[in-house]
Write a protein that binds this ligand. Structure first.
Ligand SMILES: [Zn+2]
Length: 396
């Protein structure tokens, strides 16, 4: 009678180790697929012509192949489920190698041949993967910068893909007519970008990005859920998030509150606005009904950020996620920008991302002239060989 248990123990002890399931990244959040989201407004013009049928799995593989070694190593860590070392490497990179546009600068700070499109794209996918693995909104903050700066700037005025979009240009900008690393990366990211906006998780629905759009999701109970964003964001600071539901249901919508926002608020109906904390998710838990609207407000004012390292002595204008550039003579001339003046807001032309800002430039002989700075995103409206500058010399 005792022999059987002993045999069983022996059998267990000598059994080969259980097969480790093929590694899949653990996910806290799952993004929507692009076909569930319709983007309208400014970004829709950037996505026009991109093929929405791209398979995200193939895209991830391609991004991997084109990625700089640092990004490739981090993606490998995430695939093995090693989140903490991937986050640690991300922190190290962000401490010294991030442009205000969100792009990663690896050994190319300030160089004309910088911010290669395929590298920018793979860096963005890494940040989205970190967001989905951790649920930490700081990665969505970085995706937002790329979404509103480099993505719209990927194409030049004649429709070609820019191979490089350095902060001061022009760089060697056009991709080859034949598909290359940058042309394929650009078409993939433009097709998949709508999937960055919403995600679902065990705790509810997550709003990670803001742009004029409509989406179709499922509620936790499996009902059809429509979410519409009516907004001129990021040029404007208000977003109306409308819920469409066939039947009332209680669940939570988590709204990312951008880290850069100044005094952000969330308001339901005509109740008093509630203060939100920048750099967190604001949880709205309630029994939602059809046509309920949450009013989000993310104020920001223009400010100058100083350049460091090779860019010391220069400054860049930012507002919210937007980074600004001077074009033409103001970009290539010796005049320095006067940061003591408050930039004056100007409306942008119809169909172009705004606002613009008017700032004073001081030349060596003390004369001050005004020039207009436009969002970096609008590089897609200027010719590939036209000079532009994000980093501007600072007047003493
Ligand atoms: Zn490339």
């Amino acid at each position: 009678m005792l022999a059987l248990p002993i045999l069983c123990l022996l059998a267990l002890a000598s059994a080969p180790p259980p097969e480790v399931p093929s590694s899949t990244p653990s996910r806290v959040l799952t993004s929507l697929i692009p076909s569930q989201v319709t983007v309208t407004g400014f970004l829709s013009s950037c996505f026009r012509g991109a093929k929405p049928s791209h398979d995200p799995v193939v895209a991830a593989d391609e991004a991997d192949r084109n990625a700089p070694p640092f990004v490739r190593e981090e993606l490998d860590l995430l695939r093995r489920g090693d989140l903490a070392p991937a986050q640690s490497a991300w922190h190290d990179a962000c401490a010294t190698h991030i442009y205000p546009t969100g792009a990663l600068a690896v050994g190319e700070t300030g160089a004309a041949k910088a911010c290669e499109t395929c590298a920018v794209v793979s860096w963005m996918w890494l940040n989205q993967a970190l967001l989905e693995s951790s649920g930490d909104p700081r990665y969505a903050d970085l995706v937002e910068k790329l979404l509103w700066n480099h993505l719209p700037a990927l194409r030049s005025a004649d429709g070609a893909v820019r191979r490089y979009a350095p902060l001061n240009g022009p760089g060697p900008s056009r991709a080859d007519p034949l598909p290359d690393c940058c042309a394929t990366a650009a078409s993939r990211v433009l097709a998949l970008a709508p999937s960055l906006i919403y995600a679902t998780g065990p705790a509810g629905i997550y709003v990670n990005q803001f742009c004029d759009s409509s989406a179709t999701l499922k509620t936790p109970r499996g009902e059809r859920l429509g979410l519409d964003q009516h907004t001129g964001y990021p040029g404007r600071e208000d977003i109306a998030l409308r819920v469409r539901l066939p039947v009332d249901e209680k669940f939570t919508i988590f709204v990312r509150v951008p880290a850069w926002s100044e005094g952000p608020t969330v308001r339901l109906f005509y109740y008093a606005p509630q203060q939100a904390t920048p750099g967190t998710y604001f949880a709205i838990t309630r029994t939602w009904s059809d046509n309920d609207i949450a009013h989000l407000r993310f104020p920001s004012s223009p400010r100058w950020v100083p350049g460091t390292g090779p860019n010391a002595g220069t400054t860049a204008l930012i507002r919210g996620p937007l980074v600004y550039v001077a074009t033409g003579g103001a970009a290539s001339g010796p005049a320095a920008v006067s940061t003591s003046e408050v930039p004056r807001r100007l409306p942008a032309p119809e169909g172009v991302l705004g606002p613009f800002y008017r700032v004073g430039f001081r030349s060596a002989n003390g004369l001050t002239t005004d020039a207009t700075l436009i969002p970096f995103a609008n590089l897609s409206t200027i010719a590939s060989d036209e000079p532009y500058a994000t980093w501007l010399p600072t007047a003493p």
